[in-house]
Ligand binder design. Structure first.
Ligand code: NAD
Length: 391
């Protein structure tokens, strides 16, 4: 069983050859991995970055298997990647690349195989192009099943999907504060990454009354012990495309944000940023993993020794995939859910899963990560056994 769970079911690597609007031909590597599908079709985002590798995508696909099992949606784990820097091209050229990816991977995408969604470097506009490209090639309007989630609402997307991951992160932090007897109004928060997940987490936490004192993105960080106005910062980033240059705050490095004097740290950028060296310098009492795999295993041991309470990624950032599941059901039922309905269901589901993991951790003397993995892996093992071991 261990060997079976360690290896992906399917791992595809391909080369795309799109022609950009300038007439330039480019060659781009792309990957799709379906890890396990005992509980349902593979679910997982499309990451677009110049540095991703097949191994990264394989690891992220496995993580999706545990995440979907833990949050209790009928999906398996998958992930895909386009090895290209999205900030290096215009939106027209990005569309060309996304359509080229869709044409190349068409046979591997579908409501019963692999249902993609946005991830780092992709967004709802890209999901709209994927849906169009699939419909165009099939010669029909795709409404018979959900081929992709995180689409624009007008194309069958769901209200609140874009904000769902960040909102879910904030709901788990609030739940953790309640369990640990901490007043959310007194919490000072640092957030690494100010994209979709980081900015919405920061906004939701400031609406809950917490004080956001440090934020960073790939261009660097800012700090202000009096608190940062997140709505205002979001406006600045929309206009300028980056945090760098935001007025009336102290500039700092990304490492300084991770190690700053705060109560709650939210890594919401990319993987492996909390190394063992950083783990020794973290001052937060709670780390909420908005990003996937932000903590390396050695750092995890250090944080455990230092009694830092970790809300593990497969629980903390599962709000996105849960709302993707609502979008999937909405598309089959053809009835639009209201935003209140979506947020209410997200809150109830993620908090009940938080409680389940917290209780399992206390009852069995496990860390939160071990408890979350225990619950998730057990479900996948049970489903795999139930299907039988013979092909
Ligand atoms: P995004 O592209 O919208 O934002 C990423 C942010 O991180 C940007 O502000 C970028 O400048 C910053 N960043 C990138 N590299 C950095 C670095 N080395 N140091 C500091 N900042 C850096 O991406 P996103 O959708 O917000 O995803 C962020 C993380 O959350 C990823 O790990 C992703 O896998 C995970 N996640 C996203 C979703 C979702 O629904 N979008 C769901 C689950 C998990």
């Amino acid at each position: 069983m261990l060997n079976r769970l360690l290896e992906p079911k399917e791992r595809i690597e391909m080369t795309l050859n799109p022609t950009l609007s300038s007439g330039e031909h480019v060659q781009i590597k792309a990957f799709i991995v379906r890890h396990r599908d005992a509980l349902g079709p593979a679910k997982g985002g499309i990451r677009m970055s110049s540095t991703i590798t097949l191994e990264d995508i394989q690891g992220l696909a496995m993580e999706m298997t545990w995440k979907t099992a833990l949050i209790g949606v009928p999906f398996g784990g998958g992930k895909s990647g386009i090895c290209f820097d999205p900030s290096a091209v215009t939106s027209d050229d990005k569309e060309i690349i996304i359509r080229s990816f869709t044409r190349g991977t068409m046979r591997h995408i579908g409501p019963e195989v692999y249902v993609p969604a946005p991830d780092m470097g992709t967004n709802e506009i890209d999901m709209g192009h994927i849906r169009d490209c699939l419909a165009y090639s099939a010669g029909k309007s795709i409404t018979s099943g959900c081929y992709v989630t995180g689409k624009p609402v007008i194309l069958g997307g769901i209200l609140g999907r874009r904000e769902a991951t960040g909102r879910g992160v904030a709901f788990t932090i609030k739940a953790a504060c309640e369990k640990l007897g901490l007043d959310i109004h007194k919490q000072r928060v640092a957030v690494q990454g100010f994209g979709n997940v980081g900015s919405i987490t920061a906004l939701a936490l400031s609406e809950f009354g917490a004080n956001i004192i440090a934020v960073s993105d790939v261009t660097g960080g800012i700090k202000n012990n009096e608190g940062i106005d997140i709505n205002h910062l979001m406006g600045y980033v929309r206009e300028n495309g980056q945090i760098y240059g935001y007025p009336c705050v102290k500039e700092c490095t990304n490492e300084e944000v991770l190690a700053c004097d705060c109560d709650i740290l939210v890594p919401a950028a990319t993987q492996s940023v909390i190394t063992s060296d950083i783990a020794e310098t973290v001052k937060a009492k709670i780390i909420a993993e908005g990003a996937n795999s932000p903590t390396v295993p050695d750092a995890d041991e250090i944080l455990e020794r230092r009694k830092v309470f970790i809300i593990p990624d497969i629980l903390c950032n599962a709000g996105g995939v849960f709302v993707s599941y609502l979008e999937y059901t909405q598309e089959t039922q053809r009835e639009q859910m209201t935003l209140d309905e979506v947020n209410d269901r997200l809150n109830k589901r993620i908090v009940s899963k938080f409680d389940e993991v917290y209780d399992c951790s206390n009852q069995n003397n496990l860390t939160m990560r071990q408890a979350a993995m225990n619950i998730a892996v057990s479900k996948v093992v049970e489903a795999t056994h139930a299907m039988g071991v013979l092909p």
